[in-house]
Design a protein around this ligand. Structure first.
Ligand SMILES: [Zn+2]
Length: 419
């Protein structure tokens, strides 16, 4: 019996499940399956405004799917490039359930099934007429399922990769306090199907505003995450000015504002927002942290990242859905129509051969489904072959040209002057 005591002691104090860890409050939170079903039902009830598509891909036996909902008041105009485009992503980290509830709330307000206090319908419609909003309500469905199965601290995807470290800007750099259980960046940039889908979505939609919505603290971040500075120039000032207004109106002035890397207390490498700003040239790229309980035990993940009582749950959803509608209103004013987007993404827009090739290969794979599984040898290998092919073509061309030059130089000069 005495030998059992240390064992009991260990289980009582060391096992996270016994340290009063809060479980998911099912009265407040939808399951992932229910939430996606409710969102699809909402889309079905409002075919004039909403459309939904589910994009699937995978590699090395791992499959992922992402549902994307598009809002456009007159649905026929979803391809209208004169509209102001906004891309929002929620639930990139599995354990941050509150963010996916916010996605549902925003879609409910957009479809006029729920309403914001103090906003009149005429001015709201006037704002929304100018927009196309794409909402990714649950970027990391596989990770979310792990959380629902009881792994309440899981933030990574279904095979242990942090989707907010899998992008190409400063990918793979590890800080001293690097923890693979939190920040595993994957085997290479865009190794994960979820990140591939999001990148393709961003490059084709080409948004004016991107917001990556997280929880764990209350903050309004702008680039950069991988440095402790913000970018220079007018866009940076505009981002900061918009965040200042949001902080005053919706965040009770206590949200942290600034570069992610400079404010959060650690540098993050390979994040989505840095990629959106630097490569997709999204003029206003943000990461919002909408809720955090810093007093909660670090073993009580559900409580750290999500409100656990109805009052706080409703307050967070009300405050932040209002904040997003302020962005919908001020964003186009702040950027002065399409001009700034052209300025940011015009001639200097650069998509590397790797970006292009990955997007192309993924499109082919989507089109041909299983037949293209052969491509699962991996993007890295295909890139290498492609580079070798380019290199050998250049070499051949060079040899060909030098032969012609030799031939010409051996010809007598007088012949060229004969007439
Ligand atoms: Zn997060």
């Amino acid at each position: 019996m005495a030998s059992l005591l240390p064992l009991l002691f260990f289980f009582f104090f060391a096992s996270p499940s016994l340290v009063n860890a809060t479980s998911i409050n099912r009265d407040l939170y939808h399951s992932s399956a229910d939430l996606l079903e409710q969102i699809k039902a909402l889309v079905h009830r409002h075919p004039d405004k909403l459309t939904a598509e589910t994009i699937k891909t995978g590699n090395k036996g791992y499959k992922a799917e992402i549902t994307v909902v598009t809002y456009c008041r007159s649905r026929k105009e979803t391809d209208d490039r004169s509209k102001f485009r906004i891309l929002l992503s929620f639930g990139q980290h599995g354990r941050e359930l509150i963010t996916t509830e916010l996605a549902f709330r925003i879609l409910s307000v957009l479809s006029e099934e729920q309403f914001l206090p103090d906003v009149d319908a005429a001015s709201l419609n006037n704002t929304l007429d100018k927009l196309i909003v794409k909402v990714v309500p649950m970027e990391n469905l596989n990770g979310r399922k792990l959380v629902e199965e009881g792994d309440l601290c899981e933030r990574r995807n279904g095979r242990g990769v942090d989707l907010n470290r899998n992008w190409s800007i400063d990918w793979g750099k590890k800080e001293k306090d690097y923890d693979p259980y939190e920040e595993n960046p994957g085997t290479g940039p865009f190794s994960e199907p979820e990140t591939q889908i999001m990148r393709k979505l961003a490059l084709t939609f080409d948004p004016h505003i991107w917001v990556n919505v997280h929880s764990g603290m209350e903050a309004l971040f702008m680039p950069y995450d991988h440095r402790n500075t913000t970018p220079d120039g007018v866009l940076s000032e505009r981002m900061r000015s918009l965040l200042g207004k949001l902080n005053n109106v919706h965040c009770h002035k206590h949200c942290m504002i600034g570069s992610g890397g400079g404010s959060v207390g650690y540098l993050a490498h390979g994040t989505a927002t840095d990629f959106m700003y630097d490569i997709v040239k999204v003029p206003m790229a943000f990461t919002f942290e909408i809720y955090g309980d810093t007093a909660a035990s670090s073993k009580d993940c559900f409580k750290m990242f999500n409100p656990v009582d109805l009052t706080t749950f409703n307050r967070v959803l009300n405050d932040w859905s209002s904040a997003f509608f302020t962005i919908f209103k001020l964003g186009p004013l702040q950027l002065d129509g399409n001009h700034s987007k052209a300025m940011a993404s015009g001639v200097d827009r650069f998509v590397s051969i790797d970006e292009y090739l990955d997007g192309y290969l993924m499109e082919r794979r989507n089109r041909y489904g299983k037949k293209m599984e052969v491509l699962d040898v991996g993007m890295q290998e295909i890139r290498t072959y492609f580079r070798l092919f380019l290199l050998s073509s250049v070499l051949l061309l060079f040899m060909f040209c030098s032969r012609i030059a030799k031939g010409k130089s051996s010809r007598p000069i007088v012949s060229a002057l004969s007439i």
